[in-house]
Design a protein around this ligand. Structure first.
Ligand code: BG6
Length: 482
């Protein structure tokens, strides 16, 4: 069943339309919405960029990128959408370009506007000011929504300044700060699992949970993003946003309603109680050559002497009643052996075991998989058939694939539709971004102070990361797929 189409068509302005994000994520998402009938058939896409390009050349270019992704011929949905794609050349710091944008929107567009910053982060300020100075933030003739890509700032101070600038020109309700992890089905399912069942919530605390692990392991390296990544590093790239957002979804209190204000209030509250336990014990790594992959420092765009970490693991604590005493171990890295984004909740062991067993029973685990094979698994002990008591490790598994015919929508498809519908639940609020930078600040300080430990591309990160848990008598859960 597709969602009801918005009554009015909107104009979707993509700043940085010739870049990678537009071709790889935004246009395919618009195409998917068009195909499923969820996009208003008169929606206009206005691409803005610095290159000299005609409307047709842009359509051609985006069509080729889409065909590659679809792995097949372009369909009617694309032909319909592409007729409504236009291009405008301009510099992001050129006031005149925004005046031309206003004219063009008037000529080819509609009253409702969405502005999307698919540009390098240093342009965000110019775009916000340019739009507002040209009167494009005023909502007299329709809505004006601003979607800001991550990274939102590079530390607490810069995030605060950017928030101040944005909120001087736009209202918070007009702003949609992206964290695409929030739109992954399993991330959204966390709230449903916890708050639409009675089974889990009573055991969702330090009374039953021993510890939580959040892993974001990626086999890929820089893929052309070397110069961006070398400035950012793993902590800014994924810890500050995706990892902390997942942690917040796991730990927040039940909101009274599932809406943007209530959900974000709860996330902010729990993030305020979070701290990096001891930045001294955090493990930072950088990949060296391995399994026919180059070393990080040999990737295009990376400085040869770079000390940027491509891997981090750290222990966090939550200082509140529900979670006091439960460690949260977070790890993320590039060029790792496995592709896996997952949350693993490990339960306490039984207080007393009435059987004669060669070893104590293993702890039960609930595994929430975001990437790949989205789904939820429960691993627990059961009796092996036959005489006497022997334990077997068994599982209950829910996988989206197999259960549903249609593959899960890409996160960007969900997010774009939410912006069109004016639902900011899956976007970050100003205070949320700032508290995340605050939580991560000690880890950023550690990355400045420490030289990253080497790990071979294709391994599971620096061996020292194991010690982070071994010290507490625990070990990392091994992702199912290598
Ligand atoms: C992005 C990071 O936000 O998320 C990338 O900048 C990372 O470094 C990507 O690869 C992972 O997203 P996904 O959806 O492929 O798991």
């Amino acid at each position: 069943m597709s969602d009801p189409i918005e009554p009015h068509p909107s104009s979707f302005v993509i700043f940085g339309v010739t870049g990678d994000l537009a071709a790889r994520k935004l246009v395919p998402a618009l195409h998917a919405l068009q195909r499923s009938g969820s996009l208003h058939p008169e929606t206009v896409v206005l691409g803005f960029g610095r290159s000299e390009l005609s409307d047709d050349a842009l359509r051609q270019r985006l069509g080729e990128a889409l065909a590659e992704q679809l792995d097949g011929p372009l369909d009617d949905a694309w032909h319909h959408l592409s007729e409504r794609i236009h291009y405008l050349r301009g510099g992001y710091d050129e006031p005149d370009a925004y005046a031309r944008l206003a004219e063009r929107l008037h000529d080819v567009g509609h009253g409702d506007h969405i502005y999307y910053t698919a540009t390098p982060p240093q342009t965000y300020g110019d775009i916000v000011s340019g739009l507002a100075d040209a009167g494009l933030a005023e909502e007299a003739e329709g809505y004006r929504r601003l979607v800001i890509e991550k990274p939102f700032g590079e530390d607490l101070d810069s995030a605060r300044s950017l928030n101040a600038l944005v909120l001087e020109r736009f209202k918070e309700t007009q702003v949609y700060r992206i964290d695409h992890y929030l739109a992954k089905e399993t991330a959204q399912n966390l709230a449903v699992l916890r708050f639409a069942n009675t089974l889990f919530e009573p055991i969702w605390s330090n009374r039953a949970i021993d510890h939580v692990q959040i892993t974001m392991a990626e086999p890929m390296g820089m893929e052309g993003r070397g110069s961006f990544y070398d400035e950012a590093g793993v902590v800014r790239d994924v810890f500050q946003n995706h990892m902390l957002q997942l942690l917040a979804l796991v730990t927040m209190e039940p909101p009274a309603r599932y809406d943007a204000d209530a959900v974000r209030d709860e996330k902010v509250k729990v993030l305020r109680a979070l701290s990096c336990a001891d930045p001294e014990t955090a493990v930072l790594g950088q990949y060296t050559a391995g399994r026919s992959a180059p070393a990080y420092v040999d990737e295009p765009g990376v400085a040869p002497e770079s000390r940027t970490p491509t891997y981090a693991a750290a222990r966090f604590e939550l200082h509140n009643w529900r979670w006091a005493g439960v460690p949260f171990y977070l790890r993320a890295g590039k060029r790792l052996e496995a592709k896996a984004s997952e949350i693993v909740l490990t339960f306490r062991r039984p207080p007393h075991v009435p059987f004669d067993l060669p070893a104590p029973p293993r702890a039960d685990r609930l595994i929430l998989r975001l990437v790949p094979d989205e789904g939820i698994s429960l691993r627990f002990n059961a009796k092996h058939p036959g005489q006497g008591i022997e334990l077997d490790r068994v599982g209950l598994d829910f996988a989206y694939q197999g259960k549903y015919q249609r593959p899960n929508p890409d996160a960007y498809e969900t997010l774009i539709q939410d912006v069109i519908e004016g639902d900011a639940t899956l976007f970050m609020r100003a205070d949320e971004v700032e508290v995340q930078w605050k939580v991560i600040a000690p880890l950023l300080a550690a990355t400045d102070a420490k030289r990253p430990l080497p790990y071979a591309a294709g391994s599971m990160g620096p061996v020292e990361a194991a010690e982070l848990l071994e010290r507490d008598g625990r070990h990392w859960y091994r992702p199912r797929r290598a």
